[in-house]
Design a protein around this ligand. Structure first.
Ligand code: NAD
Length: 471
């Protein structure tokens, strides 16, 4: 469809909603078959999809895209396909006395909501569309996807593939930028899922509110890492270097600020840089380093680091480069940058970095770390490295975050059997697994009255004005 045409988008949604109304009951077998269609599309076309992503990023390796986007999406789709059957079963609930004594029943049924709008982002251009889609289809819905314009080849390819292989009344793809996104989010969907920045998330919620469309917002933030005094520093720094290099740091749950015990910070910095160099001996033209997606985003990451440097912060680099700025015009692959103790006023302390840079902050007292974390917006992820169970529990009990990984980073986000989502500024609602199914289902209570109406005997018929006066 002409993606900029708002009338066409509205008509498509109307048709999907009409198709839903005419076929509201979607059996488990139908849901599995619908999910299988998407699995087949991804499997059959994974090669051209990873080629499109490679082109969009100016060199993201196909191997990385297979691991991250193709296998990640397939895992979500397959998990829902293989587990949805028991989720569909209605649940019997207790009926409030006295009706329970008279043969009444109550149950909760899980109904598809209708048509779900899904807005994705570029850093995982398949996964941020197809993982929510898995849950939406598992819940018996239809969907319209809006990929990010920052990865235009992938967006266009998805549009073509869905048009060729999937009934548009089941799943359609519309393409375009912020303007199309704004029109899209103002449509009267039955639920809207948005993955992207906190700033745009607010606009999405405001647009959806005009139609009272419920939203799931998968946003970002500055995910902190708490490194305990008793951690294995060598292993911790290796795992941090792996996590920070993932997708060139362009991951919503990427570690952003790391709190090290003061006496360990120097050694930690050396280990982080060494590990990064070991994984990536060269930066330029190294196919294993994911480039920053485009010039503008690369410029943004570089300027965050350079502003901190100009403000007098110590900035350490894994590789010697003449200037970071020169890499923007080269292949947009950046070395790991460590920014030591920037002041709170620095831009790098305010904005999500979304690139291969880490802020290192020293601490003496774990409670100061907790206060500092709590002084910022609630993050999407929180990480703890160490074996001190009571300190870990203290950190968990006194902080809030979308999710947590202990002694590693990112991995809680890959569990299909557990809810994934943010809290506060990092988002609202969840997807993955049963929680995703519930998010896109209407939970409908059905009460069935007994044959015998007890209200007469219980004195519950009008007039009521002189009842219960003794209470
Ligand atoms: P973005 O908010 O700029 O764009 C995201 C999507 O919104 C794109 O499809 C874009 O076209 C659309 N859009 C832009 N302006 C819009 C508007 N006014 N109305 C409606 N739609 C609009 O974000 P981005 O730069 O593409 O993505 C990076 C952000 O996404 C980071 O903050 C990152 O942490 C976050 N993210 C979150 C998750 C998660 O699962 N929580 C996953 C990946 C990325």
């Amino acid at each position: 469809m002409n993606s900029n045409n708002s009338d066409a988008m509205a008509t498509l949604l109307e048709h999907q909603q009409m198709a839903h109304t005419q076929n509201m009951t979607v059996s488990a077998a139908q849901r599995r078959e619908r999910i299988q269609q998407i699995i087949n599309l991804v499997v059959d076309h994974h090669q051209i999809l990873v080629e499109a992503i490679e082109e969009d990023f100016g060199g993201r390796s196909q191997g990385f895209s297979i691991m991250n986007d193709v296998l990640g999406s397939l895992a979500s789709l397959k998990y829902t396909r293989d587990n949805l059957e028991p989720w569909l079963e209605s649940q019997t609930r207790e009926v409030f006395s006295p009706y329970d004594q008279l043969g009444s029943t109550a149950r909760v049924e899980y109904q598809p909501k209708g048509s779900i709008g899904i807005i994705g982002t570029w850093n995982a251009p398949l996964y941020t569309l197809l993982a929510p889609l898995a849950c939406a289809l598992g819940a018996g819905n239809r969907a319209i996807l809006k990929p990010s314009e920052v990865t235009p080849k992938t967006a266009e390819l998805l549009h073509t593939l869905f048009e060729q292989h999937i009934d548009p009344l089941l799943v359609s793809v519309v393409t375009g930028g912020a303007e199309v996104g704004a029109t899209f989010s103002a449509l009267p969907f039955d639920h809207l899922v948005f993955t992207g920045s906190t700033t745009v998330g607010k606009q999405i919620m405001s647009a959806a509110a005009q139609n009272l469309v419920p939203v799931t917002l998968e946003l970002g933030g500055k995910s902190p890492v708490v490194v305990s005094n008793d951690c294995d520093l060598v292993e911790t720094c290796k795992r941090l270097a792996i996590a920070k290099s993932n997708n060139g740091g362009q991951v919503c749950v990427s570690p952003d600020i790391v709190y090290f015990p003061k006496n360990k910070l120097q050694q930690a910095a050396t280990l982080l840089l060494e590990n990064f160099r070991q994984f990536f001996p060269e930066v330029s033209n190294n196919a294993d380093i994911v480039p920053i997606v485009n010039r503008q985003h690369c410029q943004r990451v570089v300027s965050l680091v350079e502003q901190a440097r100009q403000a007098g912060c110590e900035v350490l680099s894994s590789h010697e480069v003449a200037s970071l700025s020169a890499l923007i015009d080269a292949d947009k692959r950046l070395p790991l940058q460590l920014i030591v103790s920037p002041s709170k006023a620095e831009r790098i302390m305010q904005e999500e970095i979304f690139g291969p840079a880490l802020i290192l902050l020293p601490y003496d007292d774990i409670d100061d770390v907790i206060s500092d974390i709590n002084s910022r917006a609630k993050p999407l992820a929180l990480y703890y490295f160490g074996e001190d169970e009571s300190e870990l529990n203290h950190v968990l009990a006194n902080t809030s975050s979308g999710g947590v990984s202990v002694n590693d980073c990112l991995l809680h986000a890959a569990i299909h059997d557990a809810p994934f989502g943010g809290v506060g500024a990092s988002g609202m609602g969840h997807y993955h697994g049963r929680e995703g199914f519930l998010a896109f289902s209407h939970q409908r209570t059905v009460f069935v009255a007994p044959e015998h109406d007890p209200r007469q005997e219980w004195g519950l018929l009008p007039p009521h004005h002189d009842q219960f006066t003794a209470m």
